[in-house]
Write a protein that binds this ligand. Structure first.
Ligand code: SAM
Length: 306
């Protein structure tokens, strides 16, 4: 079984997807207490409460875990649509991820980020590091709603394989995608208590009322109730009425494709942040299954005949 270490692990969405695809998680690194506590409640391997900007201290800990694959989603506020697109201190965490890869040279790695990251100055520097270290790269933006997740969420993945060709996973990923988006009704069947719901928009030029017959919009790190005097939007799936409410934290976690028995911690702000930060479990699983498939097809080393 291939050994996996998760960096910037959050509550463990990426980890759980890899675990579900048959990989063995052997360690996670996270420096936010709430996230590390929540992760620990749901997994049995060790969580290192380490600051990954201290690459020198992190590398020997990671090497000690002998990972075949290092995965991670460095924080992405610096690149995200919501942010000011200033590539500041947080972009350095993407650099830290790359430095750790350079120093530990695992056979494989998988890095997740917002789709905008691919066009950033930081990513082009990080990419050059991966190439110089000898990695073939599969670089792809995936829309989670075509990967079994009932949510329109676009995320960039860079998967590296030491001494392999670029795009080694592209075809497998493309082949595995569904031809149609997954809607909430497809995913939850008859179990949902509502047909329409409110998702607070960034501003009122965007719609806020959605139907379960479409994928949910991106689950973000905050959740607000319908404000008094919501003006409505011409593209709302239905005009506001008394039946329409914002989703609960648990409903949002289920849309992030966490299982119903996942154990959560934290009050409103922290909890919503944990949920919104996570890689949807089924999106992580989608990438992990493609990698597992690739590994199973790789020619096995010939044994000495005597
Ligand atoms: C985008 S979230 C990761 C989500 C995770 N991949 C998942 O699927 O649940 C990034 C995480 O990096 C953590 N983080 C931020 N700075 C860090 C640092 N210097 N060292 C370790 N972890 C850090 C944050 O607390 C946050 O939980």
């Amino acid at each position: 079984m291939k050994r996996v270490v998760d960096l910037f692990a959050g509550c463990g969405g990426l980890s759980l997807g890899f675990q579900n695809a048959g990989f063995m998680l052997v360690g996670a690194f996270e420096n936010w207490t709430l996230a590390a506590d929540c992760y620990e409640l749901n997994f049995s391997h060790p969580v290192f409460r380490a600051d990954l900007t201290d690459v020198t201290s992190a590398v020997p800990l990671i090497q000690g875990l002998k990972p075949d694959i290092i995965i991670g989603g460095p924080p992405c506020q610096d690149f995200s649509h919501a942010g000011k697109r200033i590539e500041d201190k947080r972009a350095c965490l993407t650099n830290c991820f790359a430095e750790i890869i350079e120093e530990t040279l695992p056979p494989f790695f998988a890095m997740e980020n917002v789709d905008r990251a691919q066009k950033s100055v930081t990513y082009s520097a990080v990419r050059a590091k991966f190439k110089l270290a000898g990695y073939g790269l599969t670089e792809m933006t995936l829309d989670a709603s075509f990967c079994g997740v009932p949510q329109k969420r676009k995320r960039f993945f860079c998967v590296g394989a030491l001494r392999q060709a670029d795009s080694f996973l592209t075809e497998r990923l493309a082949r595995a995608m569904s031809s149609e988006e997954t809607t909430l009704r497809d995913y939850f069947g008859a179990t949902l208590e509502f047909e329409h719901y409110y998702r607070h928009p960034r501003n009122y030029s965007r719609r806020a009322i959605f139907s379960i017959d479409e994928p949910a919009p991106t689950i973000r790190g905050m959740n607000r109730p319908v404000p008094p005097g919501y003006p409505g939007h011409p593209h709302d799936a239905k005009p506001l009425d008394r039946s329409i409410r914002a989703m609960t934290s648990l409903e949002r976690a289920l849309i992030q494709t966490f299982p119903a028995n996942f154990k959560w911690l934290g009050k409103k702000t922290g909890l919503e942040q944990l949920i919104g930060n996570a890689v949807p479990v089924k999106l992580a699983e989608f990438v992990a299954r493609a990698l597992a498939d690739h590994l199973s097809q790789a020619p096995s080393r010939r044994k000495r005949p005597f």
